[in-house]
Design a protein around this ligand. Structure first.
Ligand code: CTP
Length: 133
């Protein structure tokens, strides 16, 4: 069974590790396939590049014991194609995305797992900036 998830995974933190761990706990025999958004995709979405380069984010996420395979997410509009290409049985996202991907439920099941509270890449960056003001 193939489970696909997507993200930027910039400044890799415990919330990122937890979502991978929870996927493997819920679906122990699955292949976990992770789409990692490119620097260009992030720039087009947020007008800033991630702190950690795509190459390094790919190396980090690929090295996580729960992750079986990674691919580049180059376009936000291509989720459907990526799910088909990777024979997804289930799409998992954190529940900050709740409902957003429900339209893809003709291809695979959609699960939203609870987000780890009180941590995000944005919060880490803001903390570093505020401590250096
Ligand atoms: N995630 C999570 N718990 C957190 C942070 C992220 O479960 N505390 C999940 C997201 O819901 C998503 C995946 O991790 O499914 C990748 O999230 P990403 O956007 O890369 O990380 P964030 O920390 O949310 O980044 P940002 O602050 O830039 O939005």
């Amino acid at each position: 069974m193939n489970v696909v998830t997507f993200g930027t995974f910039d400044c890799f933190h415990i919330g990122h590790l937890n979502i991978f761990r929870r996927i493997k706990e819920k679906f122990p025999d699955c292949q976990l396939i992770v789409g990692i958004s490119t620097d260009e995709l992030n720039f087009s979405k947020k007008q800033r590049k991630p702190v950690v380069s795509h190459k390094h984010r790919v190396e980090i996420v690929s090295s996580i014991c729960y992750v079986d395979e990674v691919f580049n997410e180059e376009s936000l509009e291509s989720k459907r194609d990526y799910l088909v290409q990777h024979n997804a049985d289930i799409l998992v996202m954190g529940d900050d995305h709740k409902g957003i991907y429900d339209e893809l439920d003709d291809i695979c099941e959609i699960w939203y797992l609870p987000r780890t509270p009180q941590i995000s890449t944005t919060a880490i960056i803001e903390k570093i900036i505020s401590e250096n003001d």
